[in-house]
Design a protein around this ligand. Structure first.
Ligand code: AHR
Length: 324
C-alpha cells in the first residue's frame, strides 16, 4: 500500500487561520507575528527540508521568524528559548532534540505568557499545558509500517531466520524511541525475525556508515536486513555495505524512514528496498497554528500528518512528485 498525498488532520487549524487572515483590523494596525523557532540542527536531508519549509512559510505568511540552529544540543535549545522569552516573541516554536528535560524552561515560557508550539518531535513533561500543540508525524506508526513491510517480505523469503541490524536515531529523541517501539511491536512473536544488533547512528550519514561498518565487522555476512530510523543513516550504511563487497538492497535488505529524494535515488538504483514517509513540510501548518493561537483561538493539541510507504517498485514513478 502506498499514498502520494498528505492530508492534515485538525482542519480546525486551517479554518481558524482563514478567520485570522481575513480579520477586520486595518493593515497599518496589524503588527507582524513574531515567532522564535529553535531547530534541532542540520543533521539530515529531512532536517534541511524542514528548515526550508519553516522559513519559506514564514516569509509567505509575513511572519517575522527568529531562527536558531541548536546543532543537535539541548542546552543550545534551552538558551534559544530563554532568549526568545527575553525578546518577548509572540510564539515560541521548537523541534526538541530529545524528549526529556524541558519542564523548567517551558515553565519560564508559561510564566512569561508566551505560548509554545512543538513541531516534529514531542516532549515528556509533567504538565501538558506547558505547550499548546504538537504538529508532526506519528513516529510509532512509522515504525509499525516498517515492521509490516518486513513481515510481508519475510513471508516470501525462503530463509529460516532473518537477522536484523537496527540503526537508531539520536538517543532520547522521540523518533528514535517511537520508531523502535513501533517496529518491535510488529515483529515481536515472529520467529523468523531477529534483531541481532542495535545502535545509534544519530540520524547522520557519517554515523550511519561508521556503525554499519562495525555491524559488518561483528556479524560478517550473517546480516540479512537493515532497519534504519532515517534515510540518511541508510544511505551512509549503503556505502559501508558496498565497501564490504556486498550488494545493498539484495544481500542486505534495507528499510528506512523519511522518503527524501536521496532515498528515492537509492531505490531507483536498486540499493534500498523501501522508505516510510515522514513529511518535513510542516511550515505552513505551523504558521496557521501560530496565527490562530495569537488570535486567541483554540487549536487541536495534536496535529498529525498522514503519510505513505514507498517500496522500490514505485520509486521511479513517484520520484517526480517528491517535494523534498
Ligand atoms: O524528527 C524527524 C527525524 O529527524 C527525521 O526522520 C530525521 O531524518 C531527522 O533528523
Amino acid at each position: 500500500m502506498h499514498f502520494t498525498r498528505r492530508t492534515i488532520l485538525g482542519a480546525a487549524v486551517a479554518a481558524a487561520c482563514v478567520a485570522v487572515t481575513t480579520a477586520a483590523a486595518p493593515a497599518y494596525a496589524q503588527k507582524p507575528l513574531v515567532i522564535g523557532f529553535s531547530q534541532v540542527g542540520a543533521e539530515s536531508e529531512w532536517r534541511t527540508a524542514n528548515t526550508a519549509s519553516v522559513k519559506d512559510a514564514a516569509k509567505k505568511a509575513g511572519v517575522t521568524l527568529k531562527f536558531a540552529d541548536a546543532q543537535q544540543r539541548q542546552e543550545n535549545q534551552v538558551k534559544a528559548i530563554r532568549s526568545f522569552i527575553a525578546q518577548r516573541v509572540d510564539i515560541i516554536a521548537f523541534s526538541p532534540v530529545v524528549e526529556s528535560g524541558w519542564d523548567t524552561v517551558l515553565r519560564e515560557a508559561k510564566a512569561a505568557k508566551i505560548p509554545v508550539i512543538l513541531t516534529d518531535r514531542s516532549v515528556n513533561v509533567s504538565d501538558p499545558t506547558l505547550f499548546v500543540s504538537l504538529i508532526g508525524s506519528d513516529f510509532v506508526e512509522e515504525g509499525r509500517k516498517a515492521g509490516r513491510w518486513l513481515v510481508e517480505y519475510a513471508k516470501k523469503s525462503p530463509a529460516a531466520t532473518l537477522n536484523i541490524v537496527e540503526l537508531q536515531g539520536t538517543v532520547g529523541s522521540a523518533p528514535a524511541i517511537d520508531r523502535k517501539a513501533g517496529f518491535e511491536e510488529i515483529i515481536k512473536g515472529n520467529p523468523k525475525l531477529k534483531v541481532v544488533r542495535t545502535q545509534t547512528g544519530d540520524f547522520t550519514r557519517a554515523k550511519g556508515k561508521e556503525v554499519m561498518e562495525a555491524f559488518l565487522k561483528a556479524q560478517g555476512k550473517s546480516i540479512n536486513v537493515l532497519y534504519a530510523h532515517n534515510d540518511d543513516m541508510a544511505i551512509g550504511a549503503i556505502q559501508a555495505i558496498e565497501e564490504a563487497g556486498l550488494k545493498p538492497g539484495k544481500d542486505i535488505i534495507i528499510i528506512s524512514i523519511d522518503g527524501v529524494k536521496g532515498a528515492f535515488e537509492a531505490m531507483i538504483a536498486g540499493k534500498l528496498n523501501v522508505t516510510v514517509e515522514c513529511s518535513p513540510l510542516l511550515g505552513p501548518q505551523l504558521m496557521e497554528a501560530a496565527a490562530a493561537v495569537k488570535a486567541g483561538k483554540a487549536i487541536p493539541k495534536r496535529i498529525v500528518v498522514n503519510e505513505g510507504v514507498f517500496p522500490a517498485e514505485v520509486a521511479a514513478k513517484e520520484f517526480p512528485n517528491r517535494k523534498y
